[in-house]
Ligand binder design. Structure first.
Ligand code: C5P
Length: 250
């Protein structure tokens, strides 16, 4: 996998999601090559989050895979290792391209997640990437200190969580773009940084506290940017997506 823009399809139903993704049919299909990976512009890489998955179940993954999308299933598992392993096995069977856990679950849980995922994905040649959420991009240092009673600096916590994920054999982390360079320095350039909290210049941050533009995310070395409302909430989402791609990849 190379650099790409992942659209967060935070919609309430399959119908709404398909209606949104159908708009991309109008784009002339241009398969661009980036880091030796082909990316279909009219079938963007999409992220299915909890809202859509819990509303529609596994069928939504199947539907989007059949349409030709790469799918990041963002369910952020966090439970005891045995439960996470068995659940990951189920998710691996869906043929997802990327899936995640919370790094706060610890190394043993992350190792179990990887084992389960690989068992589930045994019949797929392209193995799914497993990444760990460090700290949510809606959490800032003050919240971490005051509510979670984690008194270390945010960047140190994020770095440690990333090192734990690497020790567990994961492919990378979900983190703020502000942390991408530091994580690559600590974990190596092959360790993926998947960065939400992305806003086009002038867009409202909403509930996100640590935001960055696609152009700046490129500069700091993010591998994937996850963009929701800056694309899905726009009157011209294709233009917004194209702008994100140009600024991040082009
Ligand atoms: O609309 P917006 O661009 O803020 O959406 C960001 C997406 O990335 C949401 O689907 C959110 O759940 C997800 N996410 C995040 N921060 C993380 C992990 C995932 O915002 N640390």
């Amino acid at each position: 996998m190379g650099k790409d823009v992942i659209i967060a399809c935070d919609f309430a139903s399959a119908e709404e999601t398909i209606r949104f993704l159908d708009k991309f049919n109008k784009i002339r299909d241009e398969v661009v090559s980036c880091d030796h990976v082909s990316i279909s512009v009219s079938r963007p890489f999409v992220k299915i989050g909890m809202e859509l998955f819990y509303a529609e179940g596994p069928q939504i993954v199947k539907t989007l895979k059949e349409r030709g999308h790469k799918v990041f299933l963002d369910l952020k598992l966090h439970d005891i290792p045995n439960t996470v392993k068995k659940t990951m096995q189920v998710l691996g069977e869906y043929g997802v391209d990327m899936v995640n856990v919370h790094a706060a679950g610890g190394i043993e849980m992350m190792k179990a997640a990887k084992e389960g995922l690989m068992l589930g994905a045994v019949r797929y040649a392209d193995k799914p990437k497993l990444i760990a959420v460090t700290q949510l991009t809606s959490t800032d240092e003050e919240t971490m200190h005051r509510e979670l009673l984690i008194d270390k600096p945010l960047d140190q916590v994020v770095r440690q969580y990333a090192l734990n994920a690497k020790a567990a054999g994961l492919d990378g982390v979900v983190c703020s773009a502000h942390e991408a360079a530091d994580i690559h320095a600590a974990c190596g350039s092959d360790f993926l940084t998947v960065t939400p909290g992305i806003r086009l210049a002038g867009d409202s941050a909403g509930d996100q506290k640590r935001v960055m533009t696609p152009a700046d995310a490129k500069t700091v070395g993010s591998d994937y940017i996850v963009v929701g409302r800056s694309i899905t909430g726009e009157p011209k989402p294709i233009d917004a997506y194209t702008k994100c791609r140009e600024d991040f990849i082009g």
